[in-house]
Design a protein around this ligand. Structure first.
Ligand SMILES: CC(=O)SCCNC(=O)CCNC(=O)[C@H](O)C(C)(C)COP(=O)(O)OP(=O)(O)OC[C@H]1O[C@@H](n2cnc3c(N)ncnc32)[C@H](O)[C@@H]1OP(=O)(O)O
Ligand SMILES: O=C([O-])CC(=O)C(=O)O
Length: 463
């Protein structure tokens, strides 16, 4: 299954890479590039409004209203679009495309979050030099203010790491340039520049914040490494987590964090950031809110739940687990009224290409190939889709990214699975903050959909 999918993906990758090679960025800085790419997009939006403002793009059914707005085309989101079958594309580039063209760390092979951030923000593929420059800027801005360190150090160890992350990010708004400029009084056309500065500062500080939480909760009393100016964002993060010596885990984290960065606008974390940001709340508060959406078990927390579930399966079934055993365990989970974590999706109707990319990472390394937990994830993948089809409820019986993302971390000793969603939270900032910059550049309005009571809905139906 994996290999035929891989070869199809590679063929489409070659097509897209030649299509998009024209979009390699120049030698310009990130800010210069943004200044160049924003005006044509502003023009495009103006044209859409003036010429097509009244064009109908879909119906609103009662099902959409009572069904979590599933399938409703109702948001503008620039950096990525999700196809139910193909999965995510970032400015038109699929995951294999990105893996081919986005620069890696100096000694690495995997695309890094900095190059993904550049692509998301500008729609252009950065050069290695531009990526390095962005890594350098992020490292220079990576230290936490002392009061945030003290705040995080004051949290009880029993407070969930995601709660700590959301609170830490909210507190960073103490230094929001957007908020300070707004208070002074700035023109709407200047909003995006301050939003961009806040976004860069926040992304830069996330590794130190997330690593401090890890140290405090799981390794209290141990020394926390400082931010090194010559390391990339994940090089620093991995080092501060205490895994800098493990090049495979560091490379995995680079891929993981680049891959989880954006998943169009309707997912719960991205939509939350967009909604809160539309009130002109600053990027720190907007992203803090998004993190609390990510912390739900139907969304980002599923990666913690997957590992908990797979380990419980391992404990119950022992070392030699057959497909029949897994099948029975799946039925036990379903019959007890629980969801199978890591399976199903609000939009996807195929195995998540992020899941495939992470599995391929494991397949390419011999120690990971023989890992019992990774083997169990693979075996579950062989059995679960048919069980879920037979169960007959979920519209998508295939794995999403959370079905595998934690197992490499677990294999290499990062076994504290309540921490896993924090790593997702370091990543999702890339997409949420990119869209905030674009929302300000495009002058998007306050989000305020119309709601209806059931009586009001019934009245409309009768009419
Ligand atoms: C990064 C991410 O956020 S990816 C998603 C991570 N979340 C998970 O892995 C949790 C498990 N999966 C799920 O709960 C769901 O598939 C979701 C939340 C991801 C998507 O939800 P929906 O779009 O509502 O899914 P769908 O339309 O297929 O649901 C129909 C029914 O199937 C059930 N269903 C969906 N997925 C599963 C599953 N993995 N196991 C069991 N039942 C499921 C739903 O609970 C729903 O049941 P109901 O009619 O009794 O309410
Ligand atoms: O798209 C979604 O609804 C959930 C998801 O996979 C993500 O946010 O990464």
């Amino acid at each position: 299954m994996l290999s035929s999918r891989t070869s199809l993906a590679r063929q489409s990758c070659l097509r897209n890479v030649s299509l998009y090679s024209k979009r390699f960025a120049s030698t310009k800085s990130l800010r210069e590039t943004m200044k160049e790419v924003i005006p044509p997009k502003q023009e495009q939006l103006k044209k859409l409004k003036v010429e097509h403002g009244q064009t109908v793009v879909g119906d609103v059914k009662v099902d959409n209203i009572i069904g979590g707005m599933r399938g409703l085309k109702a948001m503008l989101w620039e950096a990525s679009v999700l196809d139910p079958i193909e999965g995510i594309r970032f400015h038109g580039l699929s995951i294999p495309d990105c893996q081919k063209v986005l620069p890696a760390a100096p000694a690495g092979k995997e695309m890094i979050p900095e190059s993904m951030l550049w692509l998301l923000l500008t729609g252009q593929v950065p050069t290695a030099e531009q990526t390095k420059e962005l890594s350098r800027e992020l490292a220079e801005k990576g230290d936490l203010p002392k009061f945030v360190e003290d705040l995080v150090d004051s949290f009880p160890r029993s407070l969930h790491p995601m709660t700590q992350l959301g609170m830490g990010v909210a507190a960073l708004n103490h230094d929001s340039q957007f908020q300070a400029a707004y208070e002074k009084g700035i023109k709407k056309s200047e909003y995006w520049t301050h939003t961009l500065e806040d976004s860069i500062n926040l992304i830069a500080r996330l590794p130190a914040l997330a690593a401090r939480i890890y140290r405090n909760v799981y390794k209290p009393g141990t020394e926390l490494a400082g931010v090194q100016k010559d390391l990339d964002l994940v090089g620093n993060y991995s080092n501060m987590l205490g895994y800098g010596h493990n090049e495979t885990l560091t490379e995995y984290l680079r891929l993981y964090i680049a891959l989880h960065g954006d998943h169009e606008g309707g997912n719960a974390s991205a939509h939350t950031a967009h909604l809160v940001g539309s009130t002109l709340s600053d990027p720190y508060l907007s992203y803090s809110a998004a993190l609390f959406a990510l912390a739900g078990p139907l969304h980002g927390l599923a990666n913690q739940e997957v590992l908990r579930w797979q380990l419980a399966m391992q404990k119950e079934l022992g070392d030699k687990i057959s497909q029949e055993d897994i099948k029975a365990y799946l039925w036990k989970t379903l019959n007890s009224g629980q969801v199978v974590p890591g399976y199903g999706h609000g939009v996807l109707r195929n195995p998540d290409p992020r899941f495939i990319a992470l599995q391929e990472f494991c397949d390419s390394r011999s120690d990971l190939k023989s890992s019992p937990i990774i083997d169990l994830v693979n075996k579950t993948f062989q059995v679960a889709p048919n069980v879920l089809k037979e169960h007959g409820k979920t519209k998508n019986p295939y794995p999403n990214v959370d079905a595998t993302s934690g197992c490499v971390l677990y294999h290499y000793g990062l076994t504290e699975f309540k921490y896993y969603t924090v790593i997702f939270g370091v990543s999702r900032a890339l997409g949420c903050l990119t869209q905030l910059v674009w929302a300000r550049a495009l002058g998007l309005p306050l989000e305020r959909p119309k709601s209806l009571s059931m009586d009001a809905l019934t009245k409309i139906i009768k009419q």
